[in-house]
Write a protein that binds this ligand. Structure first.
Ligand SMILES: Cc1ncc(COP(=O)(O)O)c(C=O)c1O
Length: 359
């Protein structure tokens, strides 16, 4: 006997991390491999950010600022909201976990479209909530069906837009229509981990176009993707002071480490932001090139607003993933549904195109 985990925890599968590039290379006796599986930024950190992190390392013996106050202020100034409307967390996924802790009791309902980000069912299970999943329509969210799924037992609605793994977005008007329809005692989390890559004009600035009208809406964002800081784990949320306050109450002490705080502050510097924006523009251009090239080669590709593409190849997903991995390209398979591939550098994308070939 080695303890008695909660029944819900016993029922959860063990987490199986995707393969690293190094592991894939070793498994297939290749000189090297590339990882296009986790929607990371393929470029290394900016020199100014590295410098800030190196400076921060002088204080490794001290706890960081508990609340990440300087970060909250910098983010609030950039977004044009009050500092009390911002919180920061261990990635946006950490904030999502805090939202479950803050709002969801055993038996409460949590509504989200499915397929979507894989943590939603896991956090629902751990909270002993009832997940209410709403099927996608043509690979995208059906917000009318989401609205119909909300009941008086619903505590949270979670919308990842762009959605992972399909890369589709909800328009600002659609989201506002949903928010107008649902009771304001339901917190609607709009998970915008890939917002910086969105070019669709139906998506307008959520800070000015959604938040002021809806106190129960909260935006979750991250420095892991466009800002290229996935290894440091920082996300932030923007919303009404009461929602931010509730999420804050369940935070671990000192949850954003000092190196991460230093890196984010350096990344928000205007020069660094300019360089990061150039990278984002390149990813967007490569997304178009890759989508078109895949289409020309006969592969189905869902139009994407994120830094990844979704190939809904159904039962070909497993074999396609295996074939690419054996050539040193690690993608993310969803068994019998499709394969998700991150948009990498132009060289990585060329290599991916060469290996995937024509369908
Ligand atoms: C839709 C979505 N939300 C949130 C995250 C989490 O990002 P992080 O915890 O690194 O901020 C991811 C990461 O893949 C994601 O795909």
């Amino acid at each position: 006997m080695s303890g008695r985990p909660r029944a819900v925890v016993d029922g959860l599968p063990q987490y199986k991390p995707g393969k690293s590039a190094a592991q894939a290379a070793a498994d297939h006796q290749l000189a090297e491999a590339i990882k296009l599986a986790s929607n990371e930024c393929s470029y290394g950190p900016l020199p100014s950010v590295l410098e800030a992190v190196a400076d921060g390392a002088n204080l490794l013996n001290r706890y960081p600022d508990h609340r990440g106050e300087a970060l909250r202020v910098a983010i609030s100034e950039k977004q044009g909201v009050g500092a009390d409307q911002v919180t920061v967390g261990c990635g946006s996924v950490g904030l999502l976990q805090q939202a479950f802790m803050a709002y969801v009791d055993v038996g409460d309902e949590v509504v989200y479209p499915w397929r979507s980000f894989e943590v939603h069912p896991v956090f629902s299970a751990i909270s002993e909530a009832t997940p209410i999943t709403v099927p996608l329509k043509d690979q995208a969210f059906d917000l009318e069906a989401v609205e119909a799924a909300v009941t008086e037992r619903t505590k949270l609605v979670i919308l990842s837009t762009p959605n992972n793994p399909t890369g589709t977005v909800c328009s600002t008007d659609e989201i506002n229509k949903l928010l107008d329809a649902v009771s304001d005692d339901v917190v609607v989390i709009i998970d915008e981990a890939y917002l910086e890559f969105v070019t669709d004009e139906s998506v307008r600035n959520p800070v000015t176009e959604i938040l002021p009208q809806h106190d129960n809406a909260v935006l979750f964002r991250t420095f892991s993707k466009a800002y290229g800081l996935a290894n440091l784990r920082v996300g932030y949320a923007l919303g009404h002071v009461d929602v931010i306050g509730a999420i804050d109450k369940v935070a671990l002490p000192f949850l954003v480490n000092g190196l991460a705080q230093a890196a984010v502050l350096a990344s928000l510097d205007s020069e660094a932001e300019g360089e990061l924006n150039d990278r984002v523009a390149e990813v967007i251009a490569e997304r178009t090139r890759l989508s078109e090239a895949l289409g020309d080669r006969g592969w189905p590709v869902t139009p994407s607003q994120a830094n990844f593409l979704w190939l809904p190849v159904g039962e070909e997903a497993g074999p396609l993933f295996q074939r690419l991995e054996s050539k040193g390209i690690v993608t993310r398979p969803f068994e019998n549904e499709g394969v998700r591939v991150t948009v990498g550098t132009p060289e990585e994308n060329d290599r991916f195109l060469d290996e995937i070939g024509t369908r």
